[in-house]
Write a protein that binds this ligand. Structure first.
Ligand SMILES: [Fe+2]
Ligand SMILES: [Fe+2]
Length: 255
C-alpha cells in the first residue's frame, strides 16, 4: 500500500475557486460532496475491519488490517484538510455531514459484525467503481487546482489497489453470500445516492447561481450521461458484477 500525498500548510488554508471543476457548479459540488462523505464512509469501514479482524481466526490478518486502516485513515486526513478549505466558503461541514454520520452510527449499532463487513465491502466496491470512473474520465483534467486533482487521483489509485481487502476479510469470517451482497449493495447504493444528492443540495442552496437541491437529480443525470465522465451502461455493468456468483473484486479492471 502506498502513501497518500501529504497536504501542505498552504493547501490547508488556500481558498478554492468557486467552480474548480471545469467551471461547472454541479460537478464541483458533486466532487466536494465526495470529499465530505469520504471520511464518514472510511470511519465506518475502519470500524467494520477492526470488528472483523478478531473473527478472522488468523493472527497474520492483524498486520494486513493495520495497513489497511492506516491507509484509509490517511485518506481521511487528506480529505479533512481539503474540507477545511470548503469551510472557508462558509460551508458548515459538521452540519452538512451530520445526516450521513447518523446513518453510519445506526448501521454500526444495529448490524452484526458480518453485516457491517458486508456493508463495508459494498462501500469498497462502489469506491473502486467511482475510482475507475474518475481515472478514466477526460473531465478530471479540467479540475483547475493541481493539488485537488492529485488528491482525488491518489485516493482513486489506492482504492483500486486495495479493493479486495474487505471482501477477502468478509469471506474469511464466513460471510459474503449472495443474499448478503444483494442487501448490502442495494442499501449502500440507495443510501449513498440519497446522502450525496442531499449534500450537493445543501452545498448548492447557499449558491445564488444554483437553484438548490431541486437541480441535484438533474445535475446527476447530466453527469452520468456525459461522455467526458463515464458511459452510464459501463457503471451499471460494474455495479452488477458484485452480485455475480463467484464474484471477486479482482474481476474489476485496474482502471
Ligand atoms: Fe479511502
Ligand atoms: Fe478503501
Amino acid at each position: 500500500m502506498s502513501a497518500m500525498i501529504a497536504p501542505t500548510r498552504m493547501e490547508e488554508v488556500d481558498p478554492l475557486p468557486r467552480y474548480w471543476c471545469a467551471g461547472d457548479p454541479f460537478e464541483t459540488r458533486f466532487l466536494e460532496a465526495m470529499s465530505l462523505l469520504a471520511p464518514e464512509v472510511e470511519r465506518f469501514v475502519i470500524g467494520a475491519v477492526r470488528a472483523g479482524a478478531g473473527g478472522a481466526g488468523d493472527p497474520s490478518i492483524a498486520a494486513g488490517c493495520a495497513g489497511f486502516i492506516r491507509e484509509e485513515a490517511d485518506h481521511s486526513r487528506v480529505h479533512h484538510a481539503f474540507n477545511r478549505r470548503l469551510a472557508l466558503q462558509q460551508i458548515n461541514v459538521p452540519a452538512v455531514v451530520a445526516r450521513v454520520r447518523r446513518l453510519m452510527k445506526l448501521a454500526e449499532r444495529w448490524l452484526p459484525v458480518s453485516g457491517r463487513l458486508a456493508v463495508a465491502a459494498a462501500c469498497e466496491h462502489l469506491s473502486a467503481l467511482l475510482s475507475i470512473w474518475y481515472l478514466r474520465a477526460a473531465r478530471k483534467d479540467r479540475i483547475v487546482c493541481a493539488d485537488t486533482r492529485r488528491m482525488f487521483e491518489s485516493h482513486a489509485r489506492e482504492e483500486i489497489s486495495h479493493r479486495a481487502f474487505v471482501f477477502d476479510l468478509l469471506r474469511r469470517t464466513g460471510g459474503g453470500g449472495l443474499a448478503a451482497r444483494v442487501l448490502a449493495l442495494l442499501s449502500v447504493s440507495v443510501a449513498g445516492a440519497w446522502c450525496t444528492l442531499r449534500v450537493v443540495g445543501d452545498l448548492s442552496r447557499r449558491d445564488p447561481r444554483q437553484a438548490g437541491s431541486a437541480l441535484s437529480a438533474g445535475g446527476l443525470f447530466r453527469l452520468l450521461r456525459s461522455e467526458d465522465w463515464v458511459p452510464f451502461p459501463a457503471l451499471v455493468r460494474g455495479w452488477l458484477t458484485f452480485l455475480r456468483p463467484g464474484f471477486h473484486p479482482s474481476d474489476l479492471p485496474d482502471a
